[in-house]
Design a protein around this ligand. Structure first.
Ligand code: SF4
Length: 171
């Protein structure tokens, strides 16, 4: 049981069609240490910015939202607040919704503990990790749900079982 009750977020979108397949509830977490050049959301970098919210309120709003195919945790970097990621992911799974999570760390970096021990644990609560920093020189319009071609759609349960990154084949 993880004892965390609040999180800092930049905002939410109740029905997004651009942050993963289908219609998704999206939480934009506040705070990002990666500072990628040409980031689309630099206002989410400051860990003290955004607003503090009660996680249970956020989970309740997500539960009340109809016509969802999944939830997406974006940012900022959600894995800076891994306890909140676990809380929202578990609430989504209870509702039968798959969980996508964006991060500026690579899957291998998260697994190696670069984002902290709890972020390693958070992996096992996520279905798909969209990983790696945005690299302007690799910007591509062909990469669905990603900004640059270095970023991958990682099948997290499959990758944890295989002990190496397994990219999603079918979306
Ligand atoms: S990881 Fe994402 S939010 Fe953070 S700086 Fe890079 S593009 Fe921006």
């Amino acid at each position: 049981m993880i004892d965390v009750q609040t999180a800092r977020i930049a905002g939410t979108v109740r029905h997004s069609s651009v942050d993963g397949p289908g219609v998704r509830y999206v939480v934009f977490f506040q705070g990002c240490p990666h500072h990628c050049k040409a980031c689309q959301n630099p206002e989410t970098w400051d860990p003290a910015g955004g607003e503090e919210i009660i996680l249970e309120d956020l989970a309740q709003e997500m539960r009340r939202t109809k016509f969802l195919d999944g939830i997406t945790l974006s940012g900022g970097d959600p894995l800076r607040q891994p306890a909140a990621v676990i809380c929202m992911a578990d609430a989504a799974h209870e509702k039968g919704l798959p969980v996508w999570c964006y991060t500026g760390w690579t899957f291998e970096e998260v697994l190696a503990g670069k984002a902290g021990d709890l972020a390693v644990e958070a992996l096992s609560h996520i279905d798909v990790l969209v990983d790696g920093p945005f690299i302007e020189a690799l910007r591509s319009r062909d990469c669905i749900y990603r900004g640059s071609s270095n970023q991958r759609l990682i099948d997290v349960p499959g990758s944890l079982a295989a002990k190496k990154a397994v990219e999603l084949k079918d979306i």
